[in-house]
Design a protein around this ligand. Structure first.
Ligand SMILES: C[S@@+](CC[C@H](N)C(=O)[O-])C[C@H]1O[C@@H](n2cnc3c(N)ncnc32)[C@H](O)[C@@H]1O
Length: 282
């Protein structure tokens, strides 16, 4: 991407996060229910130890990291970070609800991490790197701030054909002329869906000892209207596009999504499968 395009993308991406932070916070419980297998995988493979310093990048409302904060304990410290102040505000409120006392909240851009080199023991980033304009730079920055031997765990969405939760709405919005098709090679939900690319990005940033696994998730949603509402509350560019649609057009998109999701229908609604690629590296 040209520099101006990259800067425009970063500004738009941050604005989207600011816009959806309130609904992301409201949907926190639903998100954590769907993402539980990914959260469990990431924390198990990160192996946080009492007294360590952990860093969560692109933390959103912070739940993955808060679990790490509990394992690091009072002698340790978790830095909960995001480049969106609104997301960070929601994380701070959630952290105080949980009574965490070893969490520091910082506005940090994952592509330019404002921390000293060799200053953290563990980094986690769930569903963040794929949205960054330059994931190679972000991973190199991650390696720089990690101490020797420190672990990174990350999750990104797997291939589009294995993630109908996103493709049903995305295809309806593209086909009905509300969104451009994604740019090949550009940032977005599926930017790191190729295991080969994610592995190459990690190796290029200086990580060794990389292991990547598919982790399955499941979205249980009662009907097509609620499906569209969940996407409109949480799914980045899809969310803000849906939020701006007039009622009649939203109904047409909903009907198209219902047809696309037919194969996931059950007697009680939809059971939509999904696959995240989870990686651990040192
Ligand atoms: C899909 S949400 C994931 C939030 C959280 N990690 C989770 O899994 O629930 C993506 C998050 O990435 C953040 N983000 C995107 N680009 C970023 C960047 N360059 N630096 C820091 N945060 C970023 C957004 O603000 C948003 O909170």
């Amino acid at each position: 991407m040209a520099t101006e395009t990259i800067d425009a993308y970063r500004g738009a991406s941050r604005a989207i996060a600011e816009q959806i932070a309130p609904t992301w916070a409201r949907r926190r419980g639903d998100i954590e229910q769907v993402m539980a297998p990914v959260r469990t995988w990431m924390i198990r493979e990160l192996r946080p130890q009492p007294g360590q310093t952990g860093l969560e990048l692109a933390a959103g409302v912070g739940d993955t990291g808060f679990e790490v904060a509990g394992l690091i304990g009072e002698r340790g410290r978790l830095i909960c970070s995001d480049f969106s102040e609104a997301m960070l505000g929601a994380a701070r409120r959630r952290g105080s609800e949980l009574g965490t006392s070893n969490v520091e909240y910082r506005a940090i851009d994952g592509e330019r991490i404002d921390l000293d080199s060799d200053s953290v023991d563990a980094v986690l980033c769930r569903l963040g790197y794929m949205l960054m304009a330059d994931p190679a730079a972000a991973l190199a920055e991650t390696r720089r701030v990690l101490r020797a031997g420190g672990r990174l765990t990350l999750a990104v969405w797997g291939a589009p054909e294995r993630n109908p939760f996103f493709t049903a709405a995305a295809m309806a919005l593209v086909q009905r002329g509300h969104m451009e098709p994604p740019q090949p090679g550009g940032p977005g939900i599926f930017a790191m869906a190729s295991e080969q690319r994610t592995r190459a990005l990690l190796a290029g940033a200086g990580f060794d000892d990389v292991r990547i696994e598919d982790v399955a998730v499941r979205f249980a949603i009662p009907d097509a209207e609620e499906y569209v509402q969940v996407v409109a509350d949480t799914a980045g560019p899809l969310a803000v596009t849906l939020q701006a649609l007039p009622d009649a057009e939203r109904a047409a998109v909903t009907a198209q999504c219902a047809a696309a999701l037919e194969r996931c229908a059950t007697p009680s609604g939809y059971e939509i499968p999904g696959i995240a690629l989870c990686a651990v590296a040192r």
